[in-house]
Design a protein around this ligand. Structure first.
Ligand code: ASP
Ligand code: MG
Length: 403
């Protein structure tokens, strides 16, 4: 007998019809004689609505009350779902996080789960019951309700899977898996059957929005395999898992791209220790996120050029901070607002030589100019003019046989 954690996102329980459908999905797992633990998000739109209400009452709404308020969305969804399961003949009950309890640490709205007490839950599962547990929340040492960050129900599911020692953790959502690249950008995108945590982290933080990066990190740390599936269509999903020896000969798993990036070049800055730190300190103090950074080799040993990328929306602020910065001197500063970062991602590149060459050659064949290059062990990123993004994705998708 397997223990399976099933998590349903907001759109999956977004209406009465959807809740009936979800109860049927749960039933299909019960019929196969599994122990089933259900985690639910709030019905879609509900959490946002609660946030709006708090904002109408105060700009500084009390943090503890804010979490108590936001946690109610999940209580509604879980009670509705458990009630429906009872209606179709199952032994089911809602279970609020403080009733287990799910114990969290850290600040309100950004707490993290560090323990789940599963004694009563295990007994209930053994007796054949279906617990329907509220995602996204817990209690802290003061016995106050906490929440764990927007979209946090994924993390709840992963931590439950860990503490109950589940055999499987399935995340039901409104897309049927992770794709090789954004299907809206490129219609030959294919669903990925299996992706490793690290690849998923790169894909997630580079723009593919299937799962929150911190939840993927939790899954990786706790070695929980995750299946992402759609609750709308019955199709095989994507497995997110740890690196095994037998990984396939697929070198590149996916391609991601960013929008609204800007490139800044500072020409003729002094080439001496501490200059890069002086350039970036005010940016970091002002929470401007710097992404790719390249410093050229100094030709005369005195001056060099520094290029980096930021979000386009930060351009005005960044220019001001650099011009005001008394600690640095330079000849010229230039901006390019319409650039995108296109990345190829895959653990296969660790062991396969020549990937960067193939990437650059493929881009060259389409006359796409590369502005900046950066690499990590499992990723190669290039900065190009935004107008070439689609073309770049398509030529790379073909080059690495993802079509
Ligand atoms: N209901 C919460 C939110 O909207 C948590 C979640 O959906 O996972 O952020
Ligand atoms: Mg959600």
């Amino acid at each position: 007998m397997k223990t399976i954690v099933l998590k349903f996102g907001g759109t999956s329980v977004g209406s009465i019809e959807r809740i009936k459908k979800v109860a049927d999905i749960i039933s299909s797992y019960k019929k196969k004689k599994n122990k089933v633990v259900v985690i639910s998000s709030a019905m879609s739109g509900v959490t946002n609505d609660l946030i709006r209400k708090s904002e109408l009452l105060s700009n500084y709404f009390d943090k503890a009350e804010y979490d108590t308020l936001l946690s109610t969305g999940e209580q509604v969804a879980c009670a509705l779902l458990a009630g429906r399961l009872v209606h179709i003949g199952y032994n089911a009950r809602s279970w609020l996080s403080w009733q287990l309890p799910i114990i969290t640490e850290g600040p309100h709205s950004g707490a993290r789960i560090n323990r789940v007490v599963v004694k009563d839950l295990s007994k209930y599962l053994k007796s054949g019951g279906i617990p329907v547990i509220t995602g996204f929340q817990g209690i802290n040492e003061k016995m106050r309700i906490t929440t764990i960050g927007r979209s946090g129900s994924d993390a709840t599911a992963i931590m439950l899977a860990k503490f109950i020692k589940a055999d499987e953790c399935i995340i039901y959502t409104d897309v049927d898996g992770v794709y090789t690249t954004d299907p809206r950008q490129y219609n030959q995108a294919k669903k990925i059957k299996k992706i490793f945590y690290d690849e998923m982290l790169e894909m997630a933080s580079l723009g593919s929005k299937v799962m929150q990066p911190t939840s993927v990190q939790d899954a990786k740390l706790n070695k929980i395999d995750i299946k992402v599936k759609s609750s709308f269509v019955n199709k095989s999903g994507t497995l997110i898992t740890g690196l095994k020896k037998d990984f396939s000969d697929q070198i590149i798993t996916g391609i991601s791209s960013t929008k609204n990036d800007a490139k800044i070049t500072i020409v003729g800055v002094k080439d001496k220790p501490g200059v890069a730190a002086s350039v970036f300190k005010p940016l970091s103090d002002n929470l401007i996120n710097v992404d790719m950074i390249v410093q050229n080799i100094s030709l005369n040993g005195k001056e060099t050029d520094l290029t980096f990328t930021i979000k386009s929306s930060d351009i005005i602020k960044t220019e001001k901070l650099i011009r005001q910065n008394k600690k640095i001197s330079f000849k010229k500063i230039s901006f390019d607002k319409n650039v995108s970062k296109v990345s190829i991602i895959g653990v296969g590149m660790i062991t396969t030589p020549g990937i960067s060459y193939r990437m650059f050659q493929a881009l060259a064949s389409k006359k796409i100019n590369i502005l900046v290059i950066s690499t990590s062990e499992i990723k190669i990123s290039v900065l190009i003019s935004s107008k070439h993004t689609k073309k770049a994705i398509s030529v790379l998708h073909k080059e690495f046989k993802l079509d």
